[in-house]
Design a protein around this ligand. Structure first.
Ligand SMILES: Cc1cc2nc3c(=O)[nH]c(=O)nc-3n(C[C@H](O)[C@H](O)[C@H](O)COP(=O)(O)OP(=O)(O)OC[C@H]3O[C@@H](n4cnc5c(N)ncnc54)[C@H](O)[C@@H]3O)c2cc1C
Length: 457
């Protein structure tokens, strides 16, 4: 009902990327998101925007769609506005790692927020993986969700030395077991000898993110939440109707009135929500995937099929895809994706991949693409209300599970008027000295800073 033909014109990434087909040579990868070659993204029926809804959801990624689905199931009248096409943002472009924990280490979290709040945030990170698993089962989404576990690998001895303490704290404080893997046993986990050891969490999972976001969209529409593509929110004003407070939304496809608004625009947050935009730093992340590897080679590189990332600030993350390609990602450029940053990233990432896996020296890289992450100034997820609008943002590269969870928690809050979401309880800082209007002029300096930090720490 919602499906287009395979590779249909519905996805703007495809439209943008095919522009470069002419420039392709035998050695250059296609500038195209590999995940999109594995799925038929749903195309919602063309219909006018509803005139009035209980909740307008902005953005059709994991945040927006999991919220829309949960709200529609509770009987709310919902509409999702998406400026491009379903799942166009980070949700279809990511590495598909469904990870436990937060971007910051537990010791830093405890010293910043105290034991109790950190305990609740860490529990939420575990609950978020369960939330993805539950949704996949309940909505019957064929997206290769598998609890393969994740492996963090140490780029320096000092990083490895910190693992034992982290495992001890997480076990004691959060009753959750991780395992330290010494250098001599690391061969059981990864076919690379450049690391000083690793740390494994068996509860993390892998997923095909484009199939997952596509399945969420189908489920949300099936539950009665229309998704309005090519409807870019342009501005919002407060406006009461029949004595009820609410908002007038103007979009590129017309207007509607909503009692409540949930903004789930992540790294793509723009001028329509200026106060939120000033709290978010959009940062580019890029991925390459190789040709399909022979089964034996794939097992040699990743014997347990882990979701792997390293211990640097300027980190690499990598995994096998379900069809045994090596997917290798990183912050090859700090700026969000453009034709130039994507092309540049292909070389940088291939170089990084061969450093980790010299065996892949002559393996063909078939795809390269990029997407935008959202970082808050304290590198934490945040949820709350700003100018009366609900929002959940700040996933910092940990959003597959957390955005799903936040969408559900926001739906619960809007529907029930109360929430126990710990991420609403932490302060959300703005830029130091307020020197930021949403245009991240400082990214080159930040990029250089983190590179230096990786040399010295
Ligand atoms: C390359 C890359 C790799 C990543 N890898 C991982 C990983 O392996 N594991 C992990 O946990 N996380 C990863 N992430 C992060 C994760 O993908 C995101 O945190 C998550 O997808 C955010 O979901 P979201 O729904 O909040 O936002 P998005 O999926 O970005 O969706 C936001 C949507 O809002 C729309 N929008 C913006 N402005 C407007 C407007 N004015 N009107 C209407 N619509 C609008 C956009 O078009 C977009 O579709 C990665 C991200 C990238 C870019």
């Amino acid at each position: 009902m919602y499906l287009s033909v395979l590779g249909g014109k519905n996805n703007a990434q495809t439209t943008k990327d095919t522009k470069h087909e002419g420039k392709r040579s035998k050695t250059l990868p296609r500038e195209l998101n590999y995940w999109l070659t594995t799925v038929q993204m749903p195309v919602p029926p063309a219909q006018p925007l509803p005139e009035k809804v209980d909740v307008a959801v902005i953005g059709s990624g994991f945040t927006g769609l999991s919220a829309a689905l949960a709200l529609a199931k509770r009987g709310a009248k919902v509409a999702v506005l998406e400026s491009e096409t379903i799942g166009w943002g980070a949700s279809s472009r990511n590495g598909g790692m469904v990870l436990s924990g937060l971007k910051l280490g537990v010791n830093q979290l405890i010293s910043r927020y105290g034991r109790e709040l950190t305990r609740r945030m860490y529990a939420a990170s575990l609950e978020s993986i369960d939330a993805v698993e539950r949704l996949v089962k309940e909505e019957n989404i064929a997206c290769d969700f598998a609890r393969t576990g994740h492996l963090e690998v140490a780029c320096k001895q000092a990083h490895f030395d910190g693992y034992a303490r982290q495992v001890e704290v997480i076990g004691r404080e959060f009753n959750h077991s991780l395992r330290v893997v010494g250098r001599d046993q690391l061969g059981d986990e990864i076919g690379s000898d450049i690391y000083f050891g690793g740390m494994v969490d068996e509860v993390s999972a892998g997923v095909n993110p484009a199939r997952y976001v596509s399945g969420l969209a189908v489920a949300a529409m099936g539950a009665g939440a229309p998704i309005c593509e090519r409807a870019r929110l342009q501005n919002i004003q407060r406006e009461s109707r029949n004595g009820a407070p609410g908002f007038r939304l103007n979009s590129s496809r017309g207007g509607l009135w909503a009692r409540n608004v949930l903004v789930g625009t992540s790294g793509y947050t723009g001028a329509a929500t200026p106060a939120l935009r000033r709290k978010i730093i959009p940062i580019g992340s890029f991925i390459i995937t190789t040709e399909v590897l022979p089964e034996g080679l794939a097992r040699e590189l990743s014997p347990r099929n882990r979701q792997i990332y390293d211990s640097k600030n300027y980190l690499y993350y990598y995994r096998l895809t379900p069809d045994n390609r090596m997917l290798f990602g990183g912050r090859a450029a700090f700026f969000p994706e453009t034709d130039r940053t994507i092309r540049k990233s292909a070389d940088i990432l291939r170089f990084g991949m061969i450093e980790v896996y010299p065996l892949l020296r002559s393996t063909k890289v078939e795809y390269v693409w990029g997407g935008t992450l959202d970082f808050c100034f304290d590198i934490m997820p945040h949820a709350g209300q700003i100018d009366g609008l609900y929002f959940a943002v700040g996933y910092a590269g940990h959003g597959v599970a957390m955005a799903t969870y936040q969408g559900q928690k926001m739906a619960e809050w809007i529907a029930e008027g109360k929430t126990d979401n710990p991420f609403t309880e932490i302060p959300m800082p703005g830029a130091p000295l307020g020197l930021y209007n949403g245009k991240p002029w400082f990214l080159p300096f930040a990029g250089a800073y983190y590179k230096v930090l990786d040399w010295v720490s």
